[in-house]
Design a protein around this ligand. Sequence first.
Ligand SMILES: C[S@@+](CC[C@H](N)C(=O)[O-])C[C@H]1O[C@@H](n2cnc3c(N)ncnc32)[C@H](O)[C@@H]1O
Length: 341
Amino acid sequence: MPIQEKVLIDALEPFKGFVLSSIIFSMHRHGLDEDFRRGTTLADLVASRGGLDRARVAALVDYLVAAQVVARDSGGRLTLTALGERYGEARPWYEMMIGGYGITFLGLGDHLGEGSPPVPRVGRFVGSGSCGISMHDSIPLVRKLLAGGGRDYRLLVDLGCGSGVYLTELCRDYPEMRAVGIEPDAAAVDAAREWVAAQPTADRVRVEQAGALEWLASATDRPDLAVLAFVIHEVLGQEGEDGVRRLLTQLFEAAPDLDLVIVDIDLQSSDEAAMKHPLAQNYYAAYYLMHPFTEQRLETREWWEALFADCGLEIAASSLTDPAMDSTGMEVGWLLRRRAA
Ligand SMILES: C[S@@+](CC[C@H](N)C(=O)[O-])C[C@H]1O[C@@H](n2cnc3c(N)ncnc32)[C@H](O)[C@@H]1O
């Protein structure tokens, strides 16, 4: 018996989300939302951009109109709808989760086997999307932790700096501070250098291509502030617990008075009550999912705090994200110092 239309419509609901989120990312990536915000026509869009395939852009526009992201009036004028504006509020989330991890979600079914290699991701968009999200959640959290710590700083090292926003944001807060960004992904390094060069603090910031442990092995700088934002779980996935212990130990051996800020996500994926939170449903469920497939290992808050203590560190302060922005309690920040002898 053929499937009933109503059943088919319901069953295809997730498919609609898959394509819609991909197209939202593509629209943002090419800045087409800006064209629609100003108002344009298909002919003007193709002419002003140059080099675009008219039939493909027309198909994209028809899709966006059908999805009510763009409105088209009787004269063919295209404008961004209120829904399109609303999707734009989550722009960096689309950048990281679709631009960075879209290929990962598609590929993970082929990588379930024991010993499977990691599933690819697009490092540039992971770094830039994550930094865009951080402007909303983690950077305010870092600022809060540092303000409570009451110190001034001269040299920041941001390990896994992505597209570099912590470097420039924190340099604005501490006018005497210089900053070094460490980032292994070549495309993210390019993005970070491009971002830094366009900021007023450019002369105080440099970006180097290296992994955190690799950089530490040859570093001559002695930072008084270090940031590991959503990076310690990368090192845990790549180098195991020993690698994380080496990283923490070497950081404080090189700079015993260091203030180290770590921000990471508390592994709550198997807590069914926590996962019912609407932000967990719409975001964290997918966030938790892709980590084991991409050589990353998330751990619980308790697990990290036991490891910090075991590495001779004390928690000078800790906090969660502002609940007005994210009330899941899943994102944790710590200000760590070496425990007094
Ligand atoms: C989720 S992004 C975080 C970017 C930024 N710190 C933020 O908070 O938005 C993780 C970054 O860590 C980088 N990374 C991966 N492995 C690393 C390692 N071993 N050492 C330093 N950075 C690493 C990735 O390339 C990526 O840019």
